[in-house]
Design a protein around this ligand. Structure first.
Ligand code: BTN
Length: 273
């Protein structure tokens, strides 16, 4: 796999070093270890399977054979509270690539889910390691893509909410070719970001997302907020307009899109008046 990827990669630094595993616990953990031992920015860790794949909010990330489970080491000169920019950038690149290569109806769901026809196909887990003065030493961007996965290998309860590229296209994809395209685009977007181009990336994120304007329920650890998603704040928080007109910031949580919420609200207000 590694050789084929290297041949297809025409990048300055992304993927110049690739560590490939048949099976490991978590590529994010391996990438962290490598980075703390001095691995260069752009180093990639890929595994065919993960026994302890990690998702957002401490969740397990199922990583059977056939997926694309990989992590990238980056050393950006940004502040810890700007790391969301890398997550947004990654989501934009994954969606662009899915659309361009396979004409799939891919969209971003805040903060870091990639959906196809409303079902999750990819997640991004960005983790940072800071030094004693709170500056970023490195960032690990972990990307999990359900590429050539047979959905039957996932528990039944998940099958209504997740999908794979193979299941959408009804055929297997060339994972190496897909990964090369992704990494080339990731490098281009990363260079744009380091060149001060985040506003452009955010504009594109907004074009590709399915949350803004929608009526949503956001479940975070301690509360559930219901309202209309109206914007993204400067720090990546989702802004939700509540029924009483006030705007709430959400910095982490799960968004549930409420297709019928607007209609219900309208019906309820008609009942009252
Ligand atoms: C999410 O919760 O949506 C984020 C999932 C991120 C999974 C990827 S798979 C490669 C990398 N290694 C991990 O343990 N997690 C990330």
């Amino acid at each position: 796999m590694t050789e084929k990827i290297k041949q297809g990669l025409k990048t300055q630094f992304m993927g110049k070093k690739i560590f490939f595993f048949k099976d490991t616990h978590s590529t994010n953990d391996i990438a962290k270890e490598l980075a703390s031992k001095g691995a260069e920015a752009g180093t990639i860790v890929i595994s065919e399977k993960q026994s302890n794949g990690r998702g957002r909010l401490g969740r397990r990330w199922l990583s059977p054979e056939g997926g694309l489970w990989f992590s990238i080491i980056l050393k950006p000169r940004i502040k810890p509270n700007e790391v969301f920019k890398l997550t947004f950038l990654t989501a934009v690149v994954v969606v662009r690539t899915l659309r361009k290569k396979f004409k799939l109806n891919a969209q971003i769901k805040w903060p870091n889910d990639i959906l196809i026809n409303g079902k999750k196909v990819c997640g991004v887990l960005s983790e940072i390691i800071t030094n004693l003065s709170g500056r970023i030493n490195f960032v690990i961007i972990g990307i999990g893509i359900n590429a050539n996965i047979d959905l039957n290998s996932f528990p039944e309860r998940l099958r209504f909410s997740i999908t794979s590229i193979r299941s959408e296209l009804k055929k297997e994809i060339d994972r190496e070719d897909f990964l090369c395209t992704l990494l080339i685009e990731l490098e281009n977007y990363y260079l744009l970001l380091t060149d001060g181009g985040f506003d452009l990336i955010l504009e594109e994120w907004k074009d590709l997302n399915c949350v803004l304007d929608a009526y949503v329920e956001v479940e975070s650890l301690d509360r559930t907020i219901k309202g209309q998603a109206v914007d993204i704040a400067k720090d990546g928080a989702l802004l939700i307009k509540l029924e009483n007109g006030s705007v709430n910031r959400v910095i982490s949580g799960d968004v549930i899109l409420k297709r019928f919420y607007k209609i219900r609200l309208k019906a309820e207000s008609e009942k009252i008046s």
